[in-house]
Design a protein around this ligand. Structure first.
Ligand code: NAD
Ligand code: TYD
Length: 398
């Protein structure tokens, strides 16, 4: 939308704060000011602007269908959306697989802005019921099978079911029940692997070259989304984040798994030579980017979201041991993952340029906060492991 830059707002001196809010409300109502600019102008937080505008009845109400909102990134996203937007109601549709945990949303238990539905996106009839009974404005789809090791060791069908067939169901239902935008959460893994010395990064135009069953199903989901955009005009926007870390990540993934093992004084199993590289992105920075894409991203477009923190796995493991005060002798090397991608790294200049998003959290700061969260919520890890029946088989490495 065409908006007015805050510096262009004419405000006579001696204007009271109340009057400034009235002026901002008017401009916002005329779509001449974004929330971000209103916050900058009033010198308050965006969530406070929302709350003030909401009290004045200036904000339209939105319903956001979040698919897979009880998992790691989805639950962090819902917390962000609800605490910042009193005018947003979230319908959280999640199957609660081993990776989903409704306790990730305990803080919203009595909050009328959050409605939970336990069901499967691969079940067309269940999903259809939500579309039939709810007027949905936005959809953000986090629902997926997400662990590469599981996709390799015998669960590929579950990945196809959710990551491909589930996405097909969503797209088919949007054809029948139109929405403003469908934000599809993809991954950097669809581009395939870089080598350590490669000097280029993956841009959104880079051809897809998935190399493990997980990334193959994610690339299929992306292809379906783009085909529905081009064929039927479905308003899809795709985001491709790099490796996330932060609170509430299922402890089969590198960071929480290694915190868990280190806490128990067990060796940390680095696959191969431990020199595979990932670009780490703090989950809250990712959620901020996804939110920007939801409100402002262009339909039919793809946005990479990279944390800008490239690290070898061995370095991450060393940092975790250091933060926990555990000996470096706990580092161990095991057989390599089959088809293990050497390096992922994104060019995120598009979202930085077009939507003014940037990662705010340094890896040192984010990792310290994350490790502290797992230490303080160790029961959360143990409970997650009790729920995931296959955990020992895959993460315990044979
Ligand atoms: P997660 O495994 O922590 O959570 C997935 C959630 O989806 C769980 O709550 C689970 O119960 C739910 N779910 C699974 N199958 C479902 C189905 N059939 N129907 C309904 N709900 C279902 O995953 P995450 O790490 O939060 O990842 C979210 C999304 O982000 C995924 O699409 C993933 O591919 C993508 N992604 C993740 C990362 C990362 O580092 N975690 C990086 C890039 C992209
Ligand atoms: P993971 O967290 O599974 O994410 P992804 O495979 O989606 O990048 O793994 C991150 C990196 O850590 C990856 O290179 C594999 C490696 N890794 C290990 O070396 N040991 C482990 O026990 C795990 C779980 C991962």
């Amino acid at each position: 939308m065409e908006t007015e830059h805050p510096e262009n707002i004419y405000i006579p001196s001696k204007t009271s704060f109340e009057e400034k809010i009235d002026r901002v409300s008017d401009l916002y109502g005329q779509q001449r000011l974004t929330l971000e600019d209103a916050a900058a102008f009033l010198d308050i937080d965006e969530s406070e602007v929302c709350s003030l505008l909401h009290q004045r009845g200036m904000l339209p109400s939105y319903t956001v269908l979040v698919l897979g909102g009880a998992g790691f990134i989805g639950s962090n996203f819902i917390h962000r959306l609800i605490t910042r937007h009193p005018n947003v109601r979230v319908v959280n549709y999640d199957k609660l697989t081993y990776a989903g945990n409704i306790k990730n949303l305990t803080a919203l238990k009595d909050n009328p802005q959050h409605v939970f539905v336990q069901a499967d996106i691969a079940n067309y009839e269940s999903l259809r019921k939500v579309f039939e009974t709810t007027r949905i404005d936005y959809i953000v789809n986090f629902a997926a099978e997400t662990h590469v090791d599981r996709s390799i060791h015998g669960h590929t069908k579950d990945f196809i079911q959710t990551n491909v067939y589930g996405v097909f169901n969503i797209l088919s239902l949007i054809r029948e029940f139109p929405v403003t935008k469908y934000v599809h959460i993809s991954t950097d893994e669809v581009y395939g692997a870089l080598q350590k010395d490669d000097t280029y990064l993956f841009t959104e135009e880079y051809p897809l070259s998935p190399r493990n069953p997980y990334s193959a199903t994610k690339a299929s989901g992306d292809a379906l989304c783009l085909s529905f955009y081009h064929t039927y005009g479905i308003p899809v926007t795709i985001v491709r984040p790099s490796n996330n870390y932060g609170p509430h990540q299922y402890p089969e993934k590198l960071v929480p798994y290694f915190v868990h093992l280190a806490q128990q004084g067990k060796p940390l199993p680095l696959y191969g030579d431990g020199k595979h590289m990932r670009e780490w992105l703090f989950v809250r920075d990712n959620c901020a980017g996804i939110e920007k894409v939801m409100w402002q991203g262009k339909v039919g477009e793809i946005y990479n979201i990279g944390g800008g923190n490239e690290r070898e796995n061995i370095e991450v493991a060393r940092m975790i041991l250091h933060l926990l005060g555990k000996p470096q002798s706990l580092l161990a090397f095991t057989e390599d993952r089959l088809g293990h991608d050497r390096r992922y790294a994104l060019d995120s200049s598009k979202i930085q340029r077009e939507l003014a998003w940037r990662p705010e959290t340094s890896f040192e700061e984010g990792l310290a906060d994350t490790v502290a969260w797992y230490v303080n919520n160790y029961e959360w890890i143990l409970e997650s492991l009790r729920r995931g029946a296959l955990y020992e088989h895959y993460a315990g490495k044979k």
